[in-house]
Ligand binder design. Sequence first.
Ligand SMILES: Nc1ncnc2c1ncn2[C@@H]1O[C@H](COP(=O)(O)OP(=O)(O)O)[C@@H](O)[C@H]1O
Ligand SMILES: [Mg+2]
Length: 244
Amino acid sequence: MSLLSVDRLEKRFGGLPAVDGVSFAVDEGEILAIVGPNGAGKSTLLKVIGGLERATAGVVTLGDEPITGLSPHQIRRRGLAMVMQTPRSFSSMTTIENSVLGAMFGGHTGRLSEREAVARGRDALAFVGLGARARHPVGTLNLHEQRFLELARALAGRPRILLLDEVMAGLNDTELRSSIDIVRTVRDHLGITVIWVEHVMKAVMNLAERILVLNFGRVLVDGDPQQVMRHPEVIDAYLGTARA
Ligand SMILES: Nc1ncnc2c1ncn2[C@@H]1O[C@H](COP(=O)(O)OP(=O)(O)O)[C@@H](O)[C@H]1O
Ligand SMILES: [Mg+2]
C-alpha cells in the first residue's frame, strides 16, 4: 500500500489553477523528486499536502486516512513534516531550542516528556551535523546551516514522510554534496519517505529514484530518471528552457 496518495488534487487562486488535477502515490521508503519550471505549482502542491493551503478539490491520503482539510498541526501529528523554501526558524532562539520545538510538535501521540523532547532535539541536531552549534543563536547560522536546522526540526518530530521544497538552492558544491548525503541518509538510516521539490538538476539526477515533472499545474510525466529525461515534452518544457 502507498504511504501517501494524492488523487485529482486541485488548488485554484481566484479561479486560476495552480495545481490542476494532480494524482500520484509514494510508497514507504521511496525518494520522489518533483521538478518543473517556475510557477508549475510545485510549492503549492506541497503546501496543499501539508495543510498550509486548502485544496479546491481532490483527496490526499496518508496511510489509510484522508488528511485533506486537516490543519498543518494535525497533519504533522500524523507523521508528515515539511521544510519550506524560506527558513522559518525562530531567530531569537538557539538551534537546540528550535530543534526541541520540532520534537514537541512532532508525530507522537500523547504528551512527550521534556527530557525525551530534548533528547530527540539533540539527536536530530547531531544527525544534520549541527551538534556543536546547539547553544548558538539561529541568527549566527549561515543559509546552509539554517536549512539544516529546519531539517533537524522536522526530523526531531520523527516523521514517517518528509516534504522538502528546494532546500538545495544557492548552495555551493561542498554544501550540495553534504545535503545530498543527508537526504539519502534520512531515507536509508531513518527509513523516512522523501518527497523533494528541487531545481538543482545535478542533485536530482544524483539522488532521485523517481521523478515527477509538473508543468502548468499538471503531471507531465512520472517515472524513473532515465525514462523522464528522454521524454520529449520534458526536454521542451523544462530542460530546453534550462539549457537556453
Ligand atoms: N497565495 C497565492 N495567491 C495567488 N496565486 C498564487 C499563490 N501561491 C502561488 N500562486 C500562483 O500559483 C502558481 C504556482 O506557484 P508555485 O506553486 O509557487 O510554483 P512553483 O513552486 O512550481 O514555482 C503561480 O502562478 C503562482 O503565481
Ligand atoms: Mg516553489
